[in-house]
Design a binder for this molecule. Structure first.
Ligand code: TRP
Ligand code: SF4
Length: 405
């Protein structure tokens, strides 16, 4: 559980700018964002520095990839009125926090992150024995902690990074949340809540600390959160004291596991650029039809008269994403009896994919034609994000002894 349940309302996620997004991104990640943006305060950013941790040799593609990705976000319906959209490298606070966190992060924690060795193995053609690559999960921690985000939507492969973030935050709070006169300051802060609330706070704290009552902890957090007349510093003390520690300056986030994308690619494997089996969101409709027509089917269907088995056909996996029960029944029956041919079978699918992409592409065209609007959206988002991150960094500098006057 997050150490700041009240802040779980804030969601933060980043995406590397890999260029044009495809249906795998849409069904796997973006549809989830579309839902989250209505439920939480969301920050979504272009992780351009992250891209450089692996692709530092190809800076020439970066700019185009960034704008392509932002346009795709907007085209699928990520709404800059609901979510704050920004570019990582424009909020220098990420870099500063990364540096400051690096002071307290044991090397072993980074070396043990599973993606470190995995990715080095997988991307053998790149030299990833770099400082930046080792530190990239910590950069991600800085991304998250700069906004004191409570929830981080990630795929399975990124859960370890959120876990690292929690450990780093805990260590940070342990090192810098203890201050001289903490107990006395807590007592003063409690009094500021007024008699009734003070009594409630003390009861909840006792219930949590003596009986491990998680409900009491949640209620206590809500109580502190709703106080109007106390400073952020005092709130941090009250959260910390509730849990039996010092001030909580950087709350521990929770991973919000995005269900693994069921989106199959053109070859039946997971859709991914590295398998070259994608349909991009801005793929031309004829090209979409062509790619789907060329998709391999059950090899048993050599001739039109040979019956097949949808379970052995990658096309069937797409029907399961796109088609209703009637069409699916029709596929099952027609395939097994050789009642339909494969091209016939693919027709409703082609129509469904084209139909899904048409409105996305229409919106993408509008944004492409008004790139100034796209820049404005990003500028506004970046300013909003920077303001939040700036506040965190002011406190971080303070507790690390860096606020000289
Ligand atoms: N590392 C993530 C990826 O490769 C992207 C990312 C960067 C991110 N910073 C983040 C995701 C912060 C969530 C939160 O996909
Ligand atoms: Fe696949 Fe459809 Fe052909 Fe059967 S009929 S093999 S499900 S494409």
């Amino acid at each position: 559980m997050s150490s700041l349940p009240n802040q779980q309302q804030r969601v933060l996620s980043g995406m590397r700018p890999t260029g044009a997004l495809h249906l795998g991104h849409y069904h796997g990640v973006l549809k989830n964002w579309l839902k989250l943006q209505h439920e939480y305060e969301c920050f979504f950013f272009v992780a351009d520095w992250h891209a450089l941790t692996t692709h530092y040799e190809e800076p020439q593609n970066l700019e185009q990839s960034v704008w392509e990705m932002v346009i795709d976000w907007l085209a699928v319906g990520v709404n800059p009125g609901s979510a704050t959209l920004f570019i990582q490298s424009r909020v220098q606070e990420h870099a500063e926090l990364h540096l400051l966190l690096s002071m307290i992060t044991p090397l072993g924690w980074l070396e043990r992150v599973p993606s470190y060795k995995d990715q080095q193995e997988k991307l053998k053609e790149r030299d990833l024995a770099t400082y930046g690559f080792l530190g990239y999960p910590l950069l991600q921690s800085a991304d998250i902690l700069a906004y004191r985000a409570g929830l981080v939507p990630v795929g399975e492969d990124q859960v370890a990074h959120v876990e690292l973030t929690r450990e780093v935050a805990r260590r940070f709070n342990f090192l810098y949340g203890r201050e001289p006169g903490f107990e006395a300051k807590v007592d003063t802060a409690i009094k500021k809540m007024g008699k009734k609330n003070a009594k409630l706070y003390n009861e909840l704290r006792r219930k949590y600390q003596e009986q491990g009552d998680d409900e009491a902890l949640l209620t206590g957090h809500a109580l502190v959160e709703n106080q109007k007349n106390i400073t952020l510093g005092d709130k941090e003390r009250l959260y910390g004291s509730l849990e039996g520690g010092g001030r909580i300056i950087l709350p521990e986030p929770d991973a919000l596991l995005t269900p693994a994308s069921k989106m199959p690619g053109l070859d039946g494997q997971k859709m991914s650029k590295s398998y070259d089996n994608t349909i991009s969101l801005r793929e031309d409709p004829d090209q979409v039809a062509d790619k789907l027509r060329k998709m391999p089917t059950d090899p048993a269907r050599v001739r039109r008269t040979d019956p097949g088995d949808p379970e052995k056909c990658p096309v069937w996996k797409l029907h399961q994403v796109y088609c209703n029960d009637d069409v699916r029944d029709w596929v099952q029956e027609g395939c097994r009896t050789a009642g339909i041919g494969c091209l016939e079978c693919k027709a409703p699918l082609i129509e469904a994919v084209q139909g899904e992409l048409a409105p996305i592409q229409e919106r993408a065209r509008q944004f492409e034609e008004d790139i100034d609007l796209v820049r404005k959206i990003i500028n506004d988002g970046t300013n909003r994000a920077r303001e939040v991150a700036r506040q965190t960094l002011t406190e971080v500098r303070q507790v690390m002894g860096l606020e000289y006057r």
